[in-house]
Each structure stands twice: as structure tokens, then as C-alpha cells.
Design a protein around this ligand. Structure first.
Ligand code: MG
Ligand code: ZN
Length: 364
């Protein structure tokens, strides 16, 4: 008995120490509840990419509107430096996997993504990207494949009925396939509005939309795409918000990463500012709606970017890249809306999924 007492006293003392170490927030708050979740992923967006965009823009960015910020640890199951497949899968499913794997565990077992779980529970779901929708980041929310390059198989997973709205490039993987099957015919049978232009997207009144805006990836913001990600985001929100139960939407600024791979600071900054316009659209919707959680993060940093000089007054930055690949550093997290405070501090990239489920009141 004495020993048990002692043990429980030690436990109580330890608990007090840990509670103290956790710090700051001991008050029990009633659990917040979100109706909608919008997660925006800047592929390759580290703090330097963000600040390059903030400097180059010449005006205050929407990212500065967030009340909470934190960091995410991005390493994958098999590598200190993640790729977008493992990074996207961690955010989407709450599980770390090996680089190159989409929506499956390292042993190949399919993992349920937040969009799939939400969809099964009756919520609407969507993905928006400036790459092909079959590319690693959006694919991680929709598909299950051990190899990220299996674009035609990944496209087939968009027919499973777990994603109501998808907007981006990648038409070739649905239409001009090696098996000669036109996947858009089946999408139409499943009541999708299958469209190929921004004009048709803006006109669409459907609640299920397959909008394929480029044969492969969309052009750079600087080469004719500027502002489109914002309009794609607005169109997705409009379609998904017709579902009274709520929705989960992932929006990707895909090409911040590609600017990093090319060590092209202009490309990085342009894509960053363009992505920020989509962030603004999500925040504006959330401000009106009042029940929407908005989270912005990245899957990893790209380029090992350092800003070694610059000038706020004339919007210039001097950049040094240390790699043409991804780097290992933590990436920023910004949050706003019901439960947003939970995302401050330092977390694993697997943290988002469970918090989204809790805030939406869903179980897997
Ligand atoms: Mg990506
Ligand atoms: Zn990359």
C-alpha cells in the first residue's frame, strides 16, 4: 500500500512537472468545433520563401492576417528530407510514410485521408492545385499508390467518389491514357461537371466538379496563370459550401517548390505572392462563415534558400540557394478559426490530421 502511495505520489509529482513543462494553457476550454476545414499547402514554402514573397510583393500579404503560427517537422518515415509524396501523405493521413509513396504506409497499406474520412461522413471534399491533380501533393489526399509516378493509376482513384471537386492540371492522365480509356466519361456518369476552362469553372453551378485546366501542369504565374489559383479556390469553396454538413478543401501552391528546384528567386517570389492571394480568398470566406478553420503550411522547404540581402523599399531580395533539392528544416504553420490555437507551437507533420478530425467531430 505504502509503495503504491509512493508510486502515485511520484506520478503526481511527475505529472505536475510535465503539466508545468507544457506551460501556459492549463485552463480547460470547451472543445471547439469546426464545420469546414481549408488546408493550404505551399509546396516547398519555408520561412525564407515566405519572406521573399513578402518583400517582393511591395504590400502586406494575407499570411500576416493569421493570429496563430507554429512549425511543422517534415522528415519522412525513411528520410530526414521528405519529398512531396511522403510530406503530403503525412498531412493528409496523419502517418509518416516513405518518400515517393502516396496515401499508403511504408508496407503499402492504404491510409485514409482527411478528405476521404470527411466524405464518408457526409461532408463535401475537394483539392485544388497548380500542378496536375495527379501530382504528389493533391494525390496524397485522394489516391493510394506506392509510387508517385503512376499518374494514370492515380487518376483512376479520382473516380472512387471520395473527392467531389478537383481543379488543376493533369487532363492527359484522364483522357490520353495508355489504356485508351476516357475517364471523363465515367466522371460524367457520376454527375461531375467536367470542364476545361476558367470561364466554365466560374459559370459552373455543380456541386461535383472535375476541372482540368492544362494537359499536364498549369503555367507559371508569371506566364499567364496569375490570379487563377485564387479564382480556383473561390470556385471550389462555392461548390463545396453547397453541402450543409460542411467540407474539407486542400489548396496547393504547387510551384513555389519548382522555383526552389530551379534556384530561381523570381519564380519563388511570384508563386509565393500568387499563393497568398488564394490564402486571402480562404480567409475572407472563413471570416464571413465563422465556422471554418484555415490552416496554411508546407510539405517541406525547397532550395535551402537564404536571403542574404534585400530592400523593403524597392521590393528586392538577394537570394542564395544551398541545394537544388528539398531541405530538412521545419516549415511554418499558420492557423485561423475554430481550434486554431491548437496548431501553434512545434508539431510533427502528422499532427494536422488528428486535429482536423477532432475539430470536425469525425472518427476514422
Ligand atoms: Mg506539390
Ligand atoms: Zn520538390
Amino acid at each position: 500500500m505504502k509503495r503504491i502511495m509512493l508510486k502515485s505520489m511520484v506520478l503526481a509529482a511527475l505529472f505536475a512537472v510535465f503539466a508545468g513543462a507544457a506551460g501556459c494553457k492549463e485552463k480547460a476550454e470547451p472543445a471547439p468545433k469546426a464545420k469546414n476545414v481549408i488546408i493550404l499547402i505551399g509546396d516547398g514554402m519555408g520561412v525564407a520563401q515566405l519572406y521573399a514573397g513578402m518583400t517582393a510583393a511591395g504590400h502586406k500579404l494575407n499570411i500576416e492576417r493569421f493570429p496563430y503560427s507554429g512549425f511543422s517537422k517534415t522528415y519522412s518515415a525513411d528520410n530526414y528530407i521528405t519529398d512531396s509524396a511522403a510530406g503530403g501523405t503525412a498531412i493528409a493521413t496523419g502517418e509518416k510514410t516513405n518518400n515517393g509513396m502516396i496515401g499508403v504506409s511504408p508496407d503499402g497499406t492504404p491510409l485514409s485521408s482527411i478528405t476521404e474520412t470527411a466524405n464518408r461522413a457526409g461532408l463535401a471534399s475537394g483539392v485544388v492545385s497548380t500542378s496536375a491533380v495527379t501530382h504528389a501533393t493533391p494525390a496524397s489526399f485522394v489516391a493510394h499508390n506506392a509510387a508517385r509516378g503512376n499518374y494514370e493509376d492515380i487518376a483512376k482513384d479520382f473516380l472512387k467518389g471520395t473527392i467531389d471537386v478537383f481543379i488543376g492540371g493533369g487532363a492527359n492522365h484522364f483522357i490520353h491514357r495508355s489504356d485508351s480509356v476516357d475517364l471523363t466519361a465515367e466522371l460524367r456518369n457520376k454527375a461531375y461537371d467536367v470542364i476545361y476552362t476558367m470561364d466554365d469553372l466560374k459559370r459552373s453551378t455543380g456541386s461535383k466538379i472535375a476541372c482540368l485546366l492544362a494537359p499536364e501542369h498549369m503555367p507559371k504565374a508569371s506566364e499567364g496563370r496569375r490570379g487563377m489559383l485564387k479564382d480556383m479556390t473561390l470556385a471550389a469553396i462555392k461548390a463545396l459550401n453547397s453541402e450543409p454538413a460542411g467540407f474539407v478543401l486542400m489548396v496547393e501552391g504547387s510551384q513555389i517548390d519548382w522555383g526552389g528546384h530551379e534556384n530561381d528567386i523570381r519564380y519563388v517570389a511570384d508563386e509565393m505572392v500568387d499563393f497568398d492571394e488564394a490564402i486571402g480568398a480562404a480567409l475572407d470566406f472563413a471570416a464571413t462563415d465563422g465556422n471554418t478553420l484555415v490552416v496554411v503550411t508546407a510539405d517541406h522547404e525547397t532550395g535551402g534558400l537564404a536571403l542574404t540581402g534585400g530592400n523593403m523599399a524597392d521590393s528586392t531580395v538577394v537570394a542564395g540557394f544551398s541545394t537544388e533539392d528539398h531541405s530538412a528544416v521545419m516549415v511554418p504553420v499558420f492557423s485561423c478559426g475554430p481550434g486554431a490555437e491548437r496548431f501553434s507551437g512545434i508539431h510533427e507533420n502528422t499532427f494536422f490530421h488528428g486535429e482536423f478530425l477532432k475539430l470536425l467531430g469525425l472518427t476514422e
